[in-house]
Design a protein around this ligand. Structure first.
Ligand code: PMT
Length: 220
């Protein structure tokens, strides 16, 4: 059993890649499997928190007792998180929301047209949910992830400040041994107070426990 550093706390965790419709049968998404977020929800629950998991991948089942909210789009993810934010103590954004969505999804399946060899999709920017939470937070501890393929530290430090959050977990993605869809992950925690903690390659379950333990200690 683990020290119950999150006893009595409400924790929201997001997980998985969002889907943005192109037409009724096609969508834009990314390689996030929902594993990291689901492990974070499990870890927070093991440390005594009341946990809501907002996920695009409900088939990755969390521990019993965790409240699961199933979403697909960034807009749905935003609504689910923002409507629960006022009563939350901790929010961990491990989901991979699409930065852009299709401006006008087709209402019918897009057909091939004879002689037309190109198709252009117009994309519009999605809201940045994490940045919104950073702006509006009062007592909440808000944590984000930074999925980077290069200049990990510099980009993570930028996100920490630009989004006004308490913690950014930077993870190197783009390699098969960690990040998207792997069972393992590696990265670095950058706290608002300047503290930096390395997370060497380990299972997502181990990493999740380490992250929520560090957050729990800072809430005391
Ligand atoms: O799901 P897995 O397969 O287990 O993989 C885990 C993971 C690699 C997806 C996860 O660890 C991770 O890094 N998640 C964040 C992915 C991401 O969207 O990174 P980003 O650098 O684009 O976004 C930075 C932060 O802002 C993230 O906390 C993200 O949730 C948040 N964000 C991003 C865009 C947006 N429109 N709104 C947001 O809130």
């Amino acid at each position: 059993s683990h020290p119950q550093v999150l006893a009595g706390k409400q924790v929201i965790v997001t997980a998985g890649g969002t889907q943005e419709a192109i037409d009724p049968v096609r969508y834009i998404s990314n390689r996030s499997s929902g594993k990291m977020g689901t492990e974070l929800a499990n870890a927070a629950s093991l440390l005594g928190a009341t946990v809501t998991l907002v996920t695009t991948r409900p088939e990755v089942q969390p521990l019993p007792g965790i409240d699961v909210v199933s979403v697909m789009t960034v807009s749905q993810l935003q609504e689910a998180v923002e409507s629960r934010f006022a009563t939350a103590d901790v929010v961990i954004m491990a989901a991979a929301p699409s930065d852009f969505r299709v401006a006008k999804p087709a209402t019918q399946k897009i057909k091939k047209v004879a002689g037309q060899d190109e198709l252009t999709l117009q994309l519009v920017k999605n809201p940045d949910i994490l940045a919104g939470l950073g702006q509006h937070k009062k007592r909440q501890f808000v944590a984000g992830f930074a999925a980077e393929t290069e200049s990990l530290q510099v980009n993570a430090a930028k996100k920490l400040n630009a989004k006004n959050v308490d913690l950014i977990v930077a993870n190197q993605v783009g390699q098969p041994t960690s990040g998207f869809n792997s069972n393992n992950n590696a990265g670095t925690m950058f706290f608002k107070d300047g503290q930096v903690i390395e997370l060497p390659l380990m299972t997502k379950s181990q990493m999740a426990l380490k992250i929520v333990q560090e957050i729990g200690e800072r809430l005391q």
